[in-house]
Design a protein around this ligand. Structure first.
Ligand code: IPE
Ligand code: IPE
Ligand code: MG
Length: 264
């Protein structure tokens, strides 16, 4: 996929050259899928005496930066938490700003994503989003569906519990229609009804701004993810922050319930 990006015609846009993987990272032991809880936009703005929404605007830049780095470094999928099912409880102006921001950014970035072979998808209860945004999402997903580059998943009006309930209901519907035997429901059948169907589970979860919680993100999929919490606020997240997260990941011994190969 990096090759696809490397050979894209530079005259077609302002894309900078490919960023090399830092020498202290092992290219053979990168996570295939990175998930990120992009937190701390409000605090970033407050520290600068700016309105919270300025933090969200700057957060978009951090997301673009992170996507490009993950793509250049050969990470297969990036899943970002942009708006939770609980975030509707924020002040109306902030929610409206975020919805307008998602729409504006997607419209602006779509051509570049297409050119760079990014496959974008949106996970969540999309029907509650403004109609214009829903239409743009449908078009972005369709236009990038056959792209061969990084899988970029944006969780918007996403809640892990809501996703699990939806999966249960979809399976129940199949049972009620006589198409599915309840005894045939196993973990694979359940996973196939989640938004993430077909995507590998995240290997690494990054949460910025120091909060040590999951906040209803990917409850099923994070079962064995390695967790990296950094105090860096999301708008400040950069190549160095990502490198530190990946170094932390590469230092972990993943056991999946087993024992270390070197254990007595
Ligand atoms: C994360 O930043 C962005 C969204 C949840 C949309 P916050 O807006 O939660 O920032 P803090 O946590 O208030 O600093
Ligand atoms: C999690 O951040 C949701 C997103 C990043 C979209 P929040 O700021 O909403 O999480 P809490 O409220 O601190 O748990
Ligand atoms: Mg927050």
């Amino acid at each position: 996929m990096s090759r696809a990006l490397a050979t894209s015609d530079p005259s077609q846009g302002s894309r900078p050259v490919l960023q090399a993987l830092p020498a202290d990272l092992d290219p053979t032991r990168l996570p295939a899928h990175v998930a990120v809880i992009m937190d701390g936009n409000g605090r970033w703005a407050r520290r600068r005496n700016l309105p919270r929404v300025m933090g969200h605007r700057e957060g978009v830049e951090a997301l673009k930066r992170t996507l490009r780095l993950c793509s250049d470094w050969g990470i297969g999928a990036l899943t970002a938490y942009a708006f939770s099912t609980e975030n509707w409880s924020r002040p109306g102006e902030e929610v409206s700003f975020l919805m307008a921001l998602f729409e504006r950014v997607l419209a602006r970035e779509l051509e570049g994503l297409e050119r760079e072979q990014v496959r974008i998808r949106f996970f969540g209860d999309l029907q509650q989003l403004p109609t214009g945004l829903q239409e743009l999402i449908a078009s972005a997903e369709a236009r990038t569906a056959n792209n061969v580059g990084i899988h970029f998943n944006v969780c918007t009006n996403y809640g892990g519990r809501r996703e699990l309930v939806r999966a249960a209901r979809r399976l129940a519907d199949q049972v009620a229609r006589g198409e599915l035997d309840p005894a045939a429901i196993d973990e694979a059948a359940f996973a196939a009804e989640l938004h993430t169907a077909g995507e590998s589970d995240p290997d690494l979860l990054i949460r910025t701004s120091g909060e040590q919680r999951i906040s209803n993100f990917l409850l099923w999929q994070l079962a064995y993810a390695e967790l990296h919490v950094t105090d860096v606020l999301w708008p400040d997240f950069d190549a160095q922050s990502l490198t530190l997260a990946l170094q932390d990941y590469q230092g972990r011994q993943r056991r999946f319930g087993g024992v270390d190969p070197v254990s007595p």
